[in-house]
Design a protein around this ligand. Structure first.
Ligand SMILES: N[C@@H](CCC[C@H](N)C(=O)O)C(=O)O
Length: 276
């Protein structure tokens, strides 16, 4: 199988193109190939497939073998892959996802290669049961949650995949490894959850660290950055356009008042190609 190793701000993927559909056993394949010691190593495997509704379909399997509905960093990588590898000759590309419908991507090209992409990530879902959480409310903002005697407060946002955003004093030095997995699997989140720990430094700049569902601590999470900006606006902490700074670098996020959609801009890179 031919693959291309790519990343968006260090959130890394094994990208596979050319299959007609998601291969049987994709979950076991992802577990095996994502292993950083015995195989290629990545946060997930991304399949670029044909679509009847868009230019391409993207399916993403996390490193634990679970399938995610959506992935912000992967969608930028997919856009770069299809443009740079000449599968499409357009700078506006549509990509079908299983959780967030068809998304429009505008790529910026330098010397024939995509350097950054601005993605229309769609409207955030805020209804508690739809995120999903166990809270039956139109919005779940600054809501209490307890894990092993430790109290947190979270805001729940789905960007096609589920997120809970928790504000902490210093996200950069927060103990992700202790609290991330416990919150990911908390019974208030029926499909598990991606956990973002955020510190708002100003109305246009937020530090964020992420514990991803199915992948653990990653260097960046595009949907997580979008969820964090939405949460910060809902909590009155941020403007609607801000930089979300992750361990692997910065994403620029806009939540448009005009159309209620979230736009994410950031880089994508190809690292190497191989055959496994
Ligand atoms: N890294 C991603 C999100 C990948 C999926 C996530 N782990 C999930 O299970 O929802 C991003 O950049 O958005």
């Amino acid at each position: 199988m031919n693959f291309t190793k790519m990343h968006g701000l260090g959130n890394d993927f094994i990208v596979v193109a050319g299959e007609k559909e998601l291969p049987a056993g994709a979950d076991q394949l992802a577990i095996k190939l994502c292993n950083r010691f015995f195989s290629i190593g990545a946060d997930g495997v991304v399949f670029i497939l044909p679509s009847e509704k868009a230019d391409f379909q993207m399916r993403i399997i996390n490193s634990d073998g679970s399938e995610a509905e959506q992935c912000g960093n992967a969608i930028r990588c997919v856009s770069k892959y299809v443009y740079d590898h000449k599968l499409i000759d357009a700078t506006e590309i549509t990509i079908e996802t299983i959780g967030a419908g068809v998304q429009k991507v505008q790529v910026q090209v330098q010397d024939g290669k995509v350097v950054t992409a601005r993605v229309d990530m769609g409207a955030p879902i805020l209804q508690g049961l739809q995120v999903p959480t166990t809270v039956d409310a139109n919005e779940v903002i600054d809501y209490p949650i307890e894990v092993e005697g430790q109290a947190f407060r979270f805001t729940a946002v789905s960007m096609g995949n589920p997120h809970c955003v928790i504000y902490v004093e210093d996200a950069v030095h927060f103990d992700l490894a202790t609290w991330g997995p416990k919150l990911e699997a908390h019974p208030m989140f029926p499909r598990k959850i991606n956990v973002e720990f955020a510190t708002v430094r100003s109305r246009t700049f937020t530090d964020m660290r992420v514990w991803e569902r199915g992948a653990g601590p990653t260097l960046a999470c595009g949907t997580g950055a979008c969820a964090t900006l939405v949460s910060s606006v809902l909590n009155g902490l941020s403007d609607r356009e801000a930089t979300v700074s992750l361990k692997g670098g910065d994403l620029f996020i806009e939540w448009s008042e005009a159309d209620n959609r979230v736009y994410m801009t950031g880089p994508a890179e190809e690292v190497f190609t191989g055959t496994v």
